[in-house]
Design a protein around this ligand. Structure first.
Ligand SMILES: Nc1ncnc2c1ncn2[C@@H]1O[C@H](COP(=O)(O)OP(=O)(O)OP(=O)(O)O)[C@@H](O)[C@H]1O
Ligand SMILES: [Mg+2]
Length: 266
């Protein structure tokens, strides 16, 4: 992969507003199940932030609300100070979804160019950027192929390329490396790290705790739709007297499970 710094403008325009501010977010799905309850979360501008938690914890629900795929039941969500469903906020966020969701009737280059169109990027600029990103993600040979004719790892790469197409200031990666081979995982992380170095805020969910530990400056642990701990990786290790984030995770989840049991029997 080529150096990301050459394909994306470095950001020096730090603003006071956090990249993401979530206040009192609650989501009750149709049918009455409350997946997330009264959740507060702030991700500072420029952070590399990890959101970790078990299956069903509410990570994708939260990300869905931030990116307007899920309608909040309650709460206030802002992106760099803009209400999350405004045009300004939408332009500032890029999302690589957990579920691979690519238009099967478009070629690889069209997937990228059409996406740019949603964000008001001119056609010539979009073509240039698509070409650059296809090179970065080693997809140039597949430019005229439909996503259905790509391998799983290639689809993940395309999803990633689409997420960064409009140069978002906040990049949200929902399990971007699930089912991805070791080599590609390493490359995706290197690319993400370089985006972070040039000022992009990263919000990441992953079940690979050692990767979260290596990458994230701050981590929130979520369980049952609630944040149960949030600190720097060092702060968490210290608080739980743990050697690594995997140990922190297991302890925090066990404590939360015990508290839930006590609440039920009380
Ligand atoms: N459309 C929906 N309707 C009803 N319930 C839903 C819907 N989407 C998600 N849920 C429920 O909300 C809870 C949280 O799901 P979510 O996808 O946010 O979890 P997650 O933390 O992303 O988990 P994973 O690690 O498995 O991706 C789960 O219990 C799930 O079944
Ligand atoms: Mg999820």
């Amino acid at each position: 992969m080529r150096d990301a710094a050459t394909t994306q403008t470095a950001r020096t325009d730090r603003r006071a507003a956090p990249a993401l501010s979530v206040r009192g977010f609650t989501k009750t799905y149709a049918g009455g199940f409350t997946a997330v309850r009264d959740l507060d979360l702030e991700v500072p501008d420029g952070a590399f932030f990890g959101l970790l938690g078990p299956n069903g914890a509410g990570k994708t629900t939260l990300i869905g609300a931030v990116t307007n795929l899920v309608r909040p039941t309650d709460g206030e969500i802002q992106i760099f100070g803009h209400h999350h469903d405004t045009r300004e906020a939408r332009r500032l966020v890029g999302l690589a979804e957990q579920d691979i969701n690519l238009d099967r009737f478009l070629n690889v280059d069209e997937v990228l160019i059409y996406h740019a169109g949603f964000f008001g990027m001119g056609r010539a600029h979009a073509r240039r950027r698509a070409k650059e990103l296809m090179e970065v993600f080693d997809l140039s040979a597949k430019a005229k192929v439909r996503p259905t004719a790509l391998s799983g790892g290639m689809r993940r790469r395309l999803l990633f390329a689409r997420a960064v197409m409009h140069e978002p200031r906040l990049l949200i990666l929902d399990e971007p490396t699930a089912g991805v081979d070791v080599e590609l995982r390493t490359e995706l992380w290197e690319y993400t790290r370089r985006l972070h170095e040039i000022g992009t805020t990263i919000l990441l969910t992953t079940h690979y705790l050692e990767e979260a530990e290596a990458l994230c400056e701050e981590i929130a642990l979520i369980r049952g739709g609630r944040i149960i701990a949030r600190d720097s990786a060092d702060g968490l290790r210290e608080r739980y007297g743990a050697r690594d984030i995997a140990e922190v995770y297991l302890q925090a989840m066990a404590q939360a499970a015990e508290a839930e049991r006590q609440a039920v029997t009380a």
